[in-house]
Write a protein that binds this ligand. Sequence first.
Ligand code: ZN
Ligand code: FE
Length: 255
Amino acid sequence: MPFDLVTIPCLSDNYAFLLRDRQSGKVALIDVPEAAPISAKLNELGWTLTDIWLTHHHPDHIQGVPDLIAEHPARIYGAKADSHRLPKLDQALMEGETFQFGDHDVKVMDVSGHTVGHIALYVPDADTVFTADSLMALGCGRLFEGSPSQMWDSMQKLMKLPEETTVCSGHEYTQSNAKFALTVDPENAALISRSREIDQARKHGKPTVPSTLSLELQTNPFLRPADPGIRSQLGMENATDTDVFAEIRARKDKF
Ligand code: ZN
Ligand code: FE
């Protein structure tokens, strides 16, 4: 892969990511929960930050921007729809548009649901998508602004990406997500074994993010409302996918 991908733990359970294009030397940072660990990692690697890509306006994804750009100035990208509540953007992005990162395309996907205006950034040449608080490892973001059907539409967009895509989400919530997932999909062998692996990883303080889309498709209940096992567990054999998704999301909120 002509890219380097680095995961940076921030705050109590956030992740920021650095994506470096080896050919051009460009370095993108995805979300800025806090400046210090990101700045330290850039200095350690000797990388020059060129881009900051923001996924949504919540403080735990943007609050480090002012301190970080004071030391590492970079071009800031974010959703046009959110420009009134993001740091000042150098480039405002729209659903479906593509921008350049070196010689590579970056595709902008509106994945509203957690917030309205939340975007995911897909880099096909890196087989990587940055989903923050939309699709998460074994979960999806809580619906603060959008409706269940909006989030389900967003999940379906992400499900169409190639299965081998690396999914970089914004938080280490996977262990509690796994406990919940097992309540709605208890017979899923892939989920049971992933859940064991997650427990092991967390026992040793290892991150469970990023994951892959294929693993999420097999184990993440928020991508599986069509699954007969989940439907029978919920007593919703004849419901629409949207209604099953909404029920799973509602149960997770109470879990
Ligand atoms: Zn958020
Ligand atoms: Fe967040």
